[in-house]
Design a binder for this molecule. Structure first.
Ligand SMILES: C[S@@+](CC[C@H](N)C(=O)[O-])C[C@H]1O[C@@H](n2cnc3c(N)ncnc32)[C@H](O)[C@@H]1O
Length: 216
C-alpha cells in the first residue's frame, strides 16, 4: 500500500473541513509573508508525512509533540496512527497557522509558541516527557545556538525509548547549515538513521529518525 492510499484526502478530517487547496493557499500566503520562518513554499506531501508519522507510537495513550506543524500535513498522518487516549500537541509560531490548525484539527492541542521554549511550553501543560517528537521545523534557517537549544530540549523530553524524527530536503544536504544540523543530531543522539528519499515530495526529502539521547 502506498502512503497516499494509507492517507487518502477523503479520509482526512482536516482536509474535509478546509480543503487541501485551502491548506496549500494558506501555507503559500504565510510562507510569502514570512519566508525566513518557513523555508518551503508548499506543505509536505502525504508521502513524506506518512514516513514521518510511521515512527509515531501506536501504544496506548502516548504523548506526541509536533514542532512546526504549519497547515497540518504531518498532523493528519500522525492523527491517523494514534490510539484513543493519545495526547497530541503541536507547537507553532505563526498565529495564522495556529488559527488554521485549530479549525482543521479540533482534536489537536495547538500551542502558539516558539519551539525554542519547548520544555517550558510542555511544563505549562503538565508534560515532562513525550514518547515522540516529530518536527517540520526549517532547521537550515536556524543559527547554531537555536538548533542546539531545541535539539537539547527534545533530547531532554523524550522518554528513554522515545523517538525524534524530522525531515530535510535532499537538494540542501550539502549546504553548510544542513551539515551543521547533521553534526548536532549525531552529537545529541546515539542513533541517527536516514530513511530512503521520498521522491513524491517537492522538493524530494528524507527523514532523520533519532533515538537514545546522549544526555541520558
Ligand atoms: C517548512 S514549514 C513545515 C510545515 C509542516 N510541518 C509541513 O511539513 O508541511 C515550517 C513550519 O514551522 C513553523 N516554525 C518555524 N520556526 C518555528 C519555531 N521556532 N517554533 C515553532 N514553529 C516554527 C513555521 O511557522 C511553519 O509553519
Amino acid at each position: 500500500m502506498t502512503s497516499e492510499e494509507a492517507y487518502p484526502a477523503e479520509r482526512d478530517p482536516g482536509v474535509a473541513r478546509v480543503g487541501r487547496r485551502g491548506a496549500r493557499r494558506a501555507f503559500l500566503a504565510a510562507a510569502l509573508r514570512n519566508p525566513g520562518q518557513f523555508g518551503a513554499l508548499a506543505p509536505s506531501s502525504p508521502s513524506l508525512a506518512a514516513v514521518i508519522a510511521s515512527v509515531a507510537p501506536t501504544t496506548e495513550a502516548p504523548v506526541v509533540v509536533e514542532l512546526g506543524p504549519g497547515t497540518g500535513a504531518m498532523t493528519t498522518a500522525i492523527e491517523g496512527r494514534l490510539a484513543p487516549g493519545a495526547r497530541h500537541l503541536a507547537i507553532e509560531l505563526d498565529p495564522r497557522m495556529v488559527g488554521f490548525l485549530r479549525q482543521a484539527h479540533p482534536g489537536l492541542e495547538v500551542v502558539e509558541g516558539d519551539a525554542v521554549k519547548l520544555q517550558a511550553l510542555l511544563a505549562e501543560r503538565g508534560i515532562e516527557q513525550a514518547d515522540a517528537v516529530l518536527s517540520g521545523l526549517p532547521w537550515a534557517l536556524f543559527d547554531d545556538a537555536t538548533q542546539v537549544s531545541i535539539l537539547a530540549q527534545v533530547a531532554a523530553v523524550i522518554e528513554p525509548d522515545g523517538v525524534f524524527a524530522t525531515f530535510a530536503y535532499r537538494t540542501g544536504m550539502a549546504l553548510a547549515a544542513a551539515r551543521r544540523f547533521r553534526r548536532t543530531l549525531h552529537a545529541t543522539f546515539d542513533e541517527v538513521v536516514l530513511t530512503p528519499t521520498v521522491w513524491r515530495n517537492m522538493p524530494p526529502a528524507f527523514v532523520y529518525v533519532c533515538r537514545r539521547p546522549r544526555t541520558l
